[in-house]
Design a protein around this ligand. Structure first.
Ligand code: SF4
Length: 305
């Protein structure tokens, strides 16, 4: 119910393996450490995903990750090895079947847990992604014991974005307050890190004196869609403001104005795109000043003990 992909903007194309390999080649730069994540939708639905993984490894990508809902379609685990794939990253949005399946659909909890157990038994390194929202934050603490039981290597915490389906139906209902986020997420993240699991989470709410940075200025991330659009900012993905596009497999810049113009703006609320598309998570004091800045959703804390 909270999938952020917007088919009205991105269509339903499936890329040929030739196109995928051509685009992987365009982004590989041997002078840099380059990581690739195949995600979706559900990437294991693509029958040629194993070929893409193997070729990305051969090209020299530093790490290769597949984000999956755990259904592991097309018998993917029998077609790749744990040496070819660096991480298999499972999405689970509840510590219990009741909450996860309310968000992700009936049967998805059991299927995901079975997929994780199978991947771990075959020696794949696994991570788990949990998107915190008002439906699942109260059982977030239960993830400590679940992650330990499942032998997960890395844990990624996200915060719900009011985009895609969340924006259509539930809007403010799924958002989490600053008080609730701060009273629950950092302490649970630390307990999970105490288990030896690497935990990554967004700071989300910055105090006025904390430094704000926009990933569009200080990092290199590219979100590539099957219609050829290439974005630097995930919050821009619901609008045709992408800074680059694949035109006949050739990566070209789009005309101005585009997302790169937002990255230069400096506002007291922090992230410009957050202010434009999900301002419900900002509050102001009596003088009209924002009580905190919203951090870039791409710049995260990592806890490794
Ligand atoms: S989410 Fe906000 S801060 Fe991050 S890249 Fe986009 S515009 Fe910049």
């Amino acid at each position: 119910m909270h999938c952020y992909i917007n088919p009205k903007q991105h269509g339903k194309n499936t890329l040929s393996i030739e196109t995928i390999l051509s685009w992987l080649t365009a982004f590989y730069d041997k002078r840099k450490k380059t990581n690739v994540i195949f995600l979706g939708g559900e990437p294991t639905l693509h029958k040629d995903l194993p070929v893409a993984i193997k070729k990305a490894k051969e090209m020299g990508y530093s790490s290769i990750t597949v984000d999956t809902n755990g259904y592991l379609f097309n018998d993917i685990l029998s077609k790749i090895t744990n040496e070819e794939l660096d991480f298999l990253s499972f999405s689970l949005d509840g510590a219990t079947k009741e909450i996860n399946d309310k968000i992700r659909g009936a049967g998805s909890y059991d299927t995901c847990i079975t997929g994780i157990e199978k991947a771990v038994s075959l020696g794949f390194q696994t991570s788990l992604i949990y998107t915190v929202n008002s439906e699942n934050i109260d059982e977030f603490h239960l993830m400590v014991s679940l992650l330990k039981k499942l032998k997960i290597d890395r844990f990624f915490i996200q915060i719900i974005g009011i985009r895609g389906k969340s924006a259509d139906t539930n809007s403010s209902k799924l958002q989490v307050s600053v008080e609730k986020w701060q009273s629950i997420v950092p302490s649970v993240a630390n307990k999970i890190a105490d288990l030896g699991i690497t935990v990554t989470y967004p700071k989300v709410f910055l105090k006025p004196d904390e430094v704000f940075e926009c990933a569009g200025n200080v990092a290199e991330n590219y979100f590539v869609f099957p219609n050829g659009r290439v974005y630097r900012c995930p919050l821009c993905e619901d609008f045709p403001v992408h800074g680059q596009v694949f035109d006949q497999n050739c990566l070209t810049k789009t005309p101005k104005l585009n997302e790169t113009d937002f990255f230069k703006l400096n506002i007291p609320e922090g992230c410009v795109m957050n202010r434009l598309i999900q301002p419900g998570n900002i509050s102001y004091d009596d003088d009209g000043r924002p009580a905190y800045k919203i951090a870039c959703c791409m710049l995260k804390e990592e806890i490794k003990k």
